[in-house]
Design a protein around this ligand. Structure first.
Ligand SMILES: [Zn+2]
Length: 294
């Protein structure tokens, strides 16, 4: 369980926009602000009713929001931070509709999209015992089980999860052998013990240096240590979470949601509050501009 961080904690830490900006400044400039004009680390003061700080020596202005997702947004920083808090506080995702931010649905939707765009992460390859499985997200045809046929409008996803550890999940073009194996070779260390179902796409894994165990789902779901329960648990969490937004299905769209879900999942055992992980991740510079500090 991650450390608790309640809505009361949030309100205490971020009572207004100035508190958010102060946090952002300290986050982006942990060693103090080096003034571009003086060329030294100087004392800076908040400029009244502006989102900037000015150098005590020369008066040069610094805008901490420059280059972040908060840049040029007319939405107050407290609402941004609150949206991030909501996303961190849920287990199964938050939809723009559920939001009571006091902004329009469209604005809320755009905010969440931007927050999600910051949640992509590169992880070290998985090792030890790894479960691998594919799934199909969205699509118009109801009631069909199993692997879909052509034209079903579903987005295939493939995931690998280290038992009791991290997941790496990707939206892919198809679940042909090349794609599946490509995902595995890229994200799982050679020699790893791998568990999959009997899908033929995984057949060649043992010839590639993996210790491959197969659970035959036609017969049973668990055979001792041979199962894919953990990865299936992730898929059901993910599918339940985005069920309400299925109609928007597209590969990039599914990937951005996957990024959100795996970001939470991979920190589920952290001793640091989930909100702090989210806030730090989404407050990084999202684009480089030579004018960022001007
Ligand atoms: Zn200066």
């Amino acid at each position: 369980m991650t450390a608790r961080y309640t809505i009361r904690d949030f309100q205490r830490e971020f009572p207004d926009d100035d508190a958010c900006l102060e946090w952002l400044k300290d986050f982006l400039y942990p060693a103090g602000i080096e003034c571009r004009h003086c060329g030294r680390v100087t004392k800076h003061h908040k400029v009244k009713s502006r989102k900037s700080y000015s150098c005590d020596v020369c008066g040069h202005h610094v805008h901490p929001t420059a280059g972040t997702i908060y840049h040029k947004s007319s939405t107050p920083l407290t609402l941004w931070f609150y949206a991030i808090f909501l996303m961190s506080a849920t287990r199964c995702g938050v939809s723009a509709k559920q939001l009571e931010l006091g902004v329009t649905y469209k604005t809320a939707w755009r905010m969440f999209k931007q927050i999600r765009s910051m949640l992509e992460e590169n992880r070290d390859p998985l090792s030890g015992e790894v479960e691998i499985d594919e799934a199909y997200i969205g699509g118009v045809r109801k009631g069909r089980r199993g692997r879909p046929g052509y034209g079903d409008n579903k987005v295939p996803v493939v995931g690998a999860v280290e038992r009791h550890g991290n997941i790496i999940a990707k939206a892919v073009e198809s679940t042909n052998k090349e794609t599946l194996i490509g995902h595995i070779v890229e994200n799982v260390e050679p020699g790893t013990t791998i568990f999959t179902d009997e899908f033929r796409g995984y057949k060649t894994l043992s010839t590639l240096g993996f210790d491959h165990w197969v659970i035959k789902h036609k017969i049973e779901y668990v055979n001792g240590f041979i199962h894919t329960n953990q990865i299936e648990g992730f898929w059901s969490l993910f599918k339940n979470g985005i069920r309400g937004v299925y109609k928007h299905v597209g590969k990039g769209y599914v990937q951005s949601y996957l990024n959100e879900y795996q970001f939470r999942y991979n920190r589920r055992k952290s001793g640091v509050p989930m909100f702090q992980h989210f806030l730090a991740q989404t407050s990084q510079l999202s684009w480089w501009t030579p004018y960022a500090n001007r």
